[in-house]
Ligand binder design. Structure first.
Ligand SMILES: Cc1ncc(COP(=O)(O)O)c(C=O)c1O
Length: 505
C-alpha cells in the first residue's frame, strides 16, 4: 500500500513563540490533534526529524523530543532504518474517535484517567547510554562484581527458605535494620526500623506516597527545572504539579505560597537540586517545613545522591531537622550500588506506619527478597561502607579529570560549576550558543549533554547543560571534552559568521 507523506501537513503547524508553552509541547499537541482528527492515519510516514525541524524553524532536539513523546503515547512508532510512522494500531472511527486496531477491545471508555493511561503531558525519560556525559549513572565499570556474587551465592546456599519465599511485604527485616544504621551513621537521621518501607526504587516510592496522599488534581509544589522520573510518578498519582523557581537558596517557598498556598505535597531534592546542583539553605528548609505544617501538607525529600560528598562532612538532610514529622525521606540504591537492582526505600513519618503497613500487606508488590537479602549482607558485613568510600575516591578523580580537561579545552565556550557533591555538574554556555543545538550536535558525535530545558515544566530564565561524570571512565571524559570543544568551537564560529553577515547586510 502506498503511504501518504505527512510533510506538507506538518510543516503548516503554527508555532506561537510568545506562548509560555514549550515548543515541543506545542508541536506535540498539534501533531496529536492532526492524528486524532484523521489528518494522518496508521502507517503514514512522518518527515525525518531534521527536515521537520528545518521546516518549522526549531531545533532537531525539539522534534526528536516531540516524536519520542508521541511514541510513548502509542500514536507513533519508530521502525529501525525506515523512519517514524503513525502507529498501525491507530484507527480513527467515523465519529473521529481513536478506536485502536479494529480487533482490539475498545478500552478508552474504561480508562478513568486517560491522560495517565496514555502518558499525555509526561516528561520524556533521559537516555541512559553509558558514555560521556550521561547523568545519573554510578561507575558500573568499577562495581565489585566478585564480592557481590559471593554474597549472592551465600544466600542461595544458606538462606533458601528466606530468599525463595514471600517474605515480609514491607521489606526484609535485616535490610530495614541495615538502612536505619546507615541513615544514622551517614545522613544524620534517627529512625526506627518500622518506619522503613522497601520499594522497587525511588520512583516507585514517590508514586506510593503520592497515591496515598493525593486526590486527582491536588497541588504539588515541584522544583522547576526538576527531576523527570519524579514529575511523572507524581502526575501518574493524580498530582497537579506547580512549577516553582530555584534560586541560590533552593526551592522558592515564597513563590509556592503565592502560587499554590493550598498545596498538599512538595517534592524537593534539598541536598543537591536535580539538575541545578543547588543545596537548599537552612533558612529555606525551615521556611518549607513551616509552610507544610501551616498548610497541613507533606514533603517528599528525594536524597538520590547524598552519599556522594567530596568534602569532609556530609550535608545534613531535611529529614534530620523535621521536628513536626512532615517529611517522607526517600533513598535509593540506584546510585550507591547499581540501577538494575531496582531497590529504594521510604522513611515514613511515624503517623503513617499503620497505613503503609496496611498498603504493603494488602496489595503492593514487595521488592525482590533475594536482592534485599544480598544488600542486607553487603551492608552488615561492612562492604557497603567500603564501597561508598571507594566510589567517593573514584568520583573525586573523575570530577577532577573533567574540571582539568574543561579548563584546558573549554575556556570561553562552557563554564563548569564547581561542585563537592553528587554525580553531575552543570555548565553555562558562552553567549550565542543555544543549549538544544549543542545537545543535538553533541548527540550526533556520540556525546550526551543534557539541556536544562529537558527538566523544565515551564520556560526557564536560565539555560545550560548537565554533565554527568561518575559513570564515565577518565579516558572517556577526556575524549568527551575534546569532542565537546570541537562542537562548541565550530558552533561559536558559525554564530559569529552569521552575526557578521547580519551586520554587513
Ligand atoms: C532525582 C532522582 N531521584 C531518584 C533517582 C533514582 O530513581 P530509582 O531509584 O527509581 O532508580 C534518580 C535517578 O536518576 C534521580 O535522578
Amino acid at each position: 500500500m502506498v503511504k501518504r507523506a505527512a510533510g506538507a501537513l506538518l510543516s503548516a503547524i503554527r508555532i506561537d513563540h510568545d506562548s509560555p508553552r514549550l515548543l515541543a509541547t506545542q508541536i506535540t499537541s498539534s501533531i496529536r490533534e492532526i492524528i486524532l482528527a484523521g489528518g494522518l492515519r496508521g502507517g503514514d510516514r512522518l518527515p525525518a526529524t531534521r527536515i521537520l525541524a528545518r521546516d518549522l524553524g526549531v531545533s532537531r532536539t525539539t522534534i526528536v523530543e516531540v516524536y519520542e513523546r508521541l511514541i510513548s503515547e502509542g500514536l507513533l512508532e519508530a521502525r529501525t532504518g525506515a523512519g517514524t510512522f503513525v502507529s498501525e494500531t491507530v484507527h480513527i472511527g467515523d465519529n473521529g474517535a481513536v478506536t485502536g486496531s479494529p480487533e482490539a477491545p475498545k478500552t478508552e471508555k474504561a480508562v478513568a484517567r486517560p491522560p495517565v493511561a496514555i502518558g499525555a503531558g509526561f516528561a520524556i525519560r533521559l537516555p541512559h547510554t553509558i558514555r560521556a556525559f550521561t547523568t545519573a549513572l554510578p561507575a558500573v565499570d568499577m562495581f565489585p562484581v566478585a564480592q557481590w556474587t559471593r554474597q549472592s551465592n551465600k544466600h542461595w546456599r544458606e538462606q533458601r527458605d528466606l530468599v525463595l519465599g514471600y517474605g515480609s511485604p514491607a521489606g526484609f527485616p535485616p535490610l530495614r535494620r541495615a538502612i536505619v544504621a546507615h541513615l544514622k551513621a551517614n545522613q544524620g537521621i534517627n529512625c526506627d526500623e518500622d518506619q522503613i518501607f522497601v520499594t522497587n526504587g525511588a520512583q516507585h516510592a514517590f508514586h506510593i506516597i503520592a497515591s496515598m496522599l493525593l486526590k486527582q488534581g491536588d497541588k504539588v509544589w515541584f522544583e522547576n527545572p526538576g527531576a523527570i522520573g519524579a514529575q511523572n510518578a507524581l502526575r501518574a498519582a493524580g498530582g497537579e504539579l506547580v512549577p516553582l523557581p530555584i534560586d541560590s537558596d533552593g526551592l522558592d517557598v515564597a513563590a509556592g505560597l503565592a502560587d499554590a498556598p493550598d498545596f498538599r505535597l512538595a517534592f524537593v531534592t534539598p541536598l543537591h537540586q536535580q539538575p541545578l546542583g543547588v543545596t537548599m539553605s537552612l533558612e529555606r528548609r525551615f521556611a518549607l517545613l513551616n509552610a507544610a505544617e501551616n498548610a497541613d501538607a507533606w514533603i517528599i525529600e528525594d536524597d538520590y545522591d547524598g552519599e556522594f560528598y567530596y568534602g569532609t562532612h556530609p550535608i545534613p538532610t531535611l529529614k534530620s531537622i523535621d521536628h513536626a514529622d512532615r517529611v517522607f525521606y526517600v533513598g535509593t540504591f540506584s546510585k550507591t550500588l547499581f540501577p538494575a537492582l531496582r531497590l529504594g526505600y521510604i522513611l515514613a513519618p511515624p503517623s503513617f506506619i499503620g497505613i503503609l503497613n496496611h498498603l504493603f500487606n494488602t496489595w503492593l508488590p514487595s521488592a525482590p527478597l533475594n536482592s534485599q537479602a544480598i544488600v542486607a549482607g553487603f551492608m552488615d558485613e561492612g562492604h557497603f561502607a567500603t564501597h561508598l568510600r571507594r566510589m567517593r575516591r573514584i568520583y573525586t578523580e573523575r570530577y577532577q579529570v573533567l574540571m582539568r580537561c574543561a579548563s584546558e579545552l573549554l575556556d570561553g565556550l562552557l563554564t563548569l560549576k564547581p561542585t563537592d557533591t553528587g554525580l553531575h555538574t552543570t555548565g553555562r554556555l558562552a553567549s550565542g550558543l543555544a543549549e538544544n543545538t549543542i545537545a543535538e550536535a553533541a548527540n550526533d558525535a556520540g556525546i550526551t549533554v543534557t539541556p536544562f530545558g529537558r527538566y523544565a515544566m515551564t520556560p526557564l530564565d536560565k539555560t545550560g547543560l548537565v554533565l554527568g561524570f561518575s559513570g564515565v571512565p577518565p579516558e572517556d571524559i577526556e575524549q568527551g571534552v575534546r569532542g565537546l570543544a570541537r562542537i562548541l568551537g565550530a558552533e561559536l564560529a558559525q554564530q559569529q559568521k552569521t552575526s557578521r553577515l547580519d551586520i554587513s547586510s
